[in-house]
Design a protein around this ligand. Structure first.
Ligand SMILES: [Zn+2]
Ligand SMILES: [Zn+2]
Length: 254
């Protein structure tokens, strides 16, 4: 009965519907549908962007439409070319905190639908800085140097424009022997487990002095002429500068 009724309505007013519906109506309906889809997609990208959920933008772009997602081998930022595996200094949004350090793992872009705005991003593997470690290990203040950073397994997507410049990461021995190092040269010897808040490979590095701490390149040490071991002046009750040329034997060798 209801089907009949519906047919009747159409038949009763052919002039109203027939002429337009065959040509004009369907395309309009299609266009409206398309626009709704697009604006939905745009809102999602926009709101994700505002919330700084870059990893989700990448995921969505990869899933929804491969044409809007692209990966690159290198990117030009502030006039210099950055490549995958380059170490970089990254701007911290909060101006009171130090900048971050990371290694570029992936360079990619997402073309925001409709606005055609290109969001350039890098996936970076993070290093932790001294200040971040000291929150959990305050006693490490004695041996962590200002230029020491700690590798982690944690990575994130960042906006490419937040990269400040390339930086250099060397091992501790190389850092000690560097003739001129600046604030863009860091050293790394330990890995930090972000979840469990501890060093993962402390047992692999050599410890020094009576206090059994990792080497601090910013402190001076005195070496025992017999056992060749190194000690902090303070830990063996010596005053720095008084033992420059004199032979020194540690408490064990004396
Ligand atoms: Zn010591
Ligand atoms: Zn000794």
């Amino acid at each position: 009965m209801s089907v009949m009724h519906w047919t009747n309505v159409n038949n009763e007013s052919p002039s109203k519907f027939n002429r337009q519906s065959s040509e004009t109506l369907p395309p309009i309906r299609k266009r409206i549908q398309k626009r709704t889809e697009k604006s939905l997609k745009e809102t999602t990208f926009k709101s994700l962007y505002k919330q700084n959920k870059l990893a989700e933008i990448v995921k969505k772009a990869q899933e929804n439409n491969e044409e809007i997602y692209e990966e690159y081998d290198e990117i030009k930022i502030q006039g210099s070319i950055l490549k995958i595996n380059d170490n970089v200094i990254i701007k911290n949004g909060d101006h009171n905190v130090e900048d971050y350090v990371g290694t570029i793992q992936k360079i990619c872009s997402v073309l925001e639908p409709q606005t055609n705005k290109l969001i350039c991003m890098c996936q970076v593997q993070w290093f932790m800085k001294k200040s971040e470690i000291l929150i959990h290990k305050p006693r490490a203040r004695c041996w962590i140097g200002t230029q020491e950073i700690f590798s982690t397994k944690k990575n994130d997507f960042i906006l490419a424009q937040t990269i400040i410049q390339k930086c250099k990461i060397v091992d501790c021995d190389e850092f000690v022997n560097l003739e001129n190092s600046d604030l863009t040269t860091y050293y790394n010897r330990l890995e930090w487990d972000v979840e469990n808040k501890k060093f993962t490979n402390m047992n692999e590095i050599q410890l020094y002095c009576l206090c059994q701490q990792p080497w601090n390149p910013e402190l001076n040490y005195i070496q025992c002429d017999k056992c060749q071991k190194w000690y902090h002046f303070e830990c063996v009750n010596l005053i720095e500068g008084c033992y420059d040329d004199k032979e020194y034997n540690c408490g064990y060798c004396n």
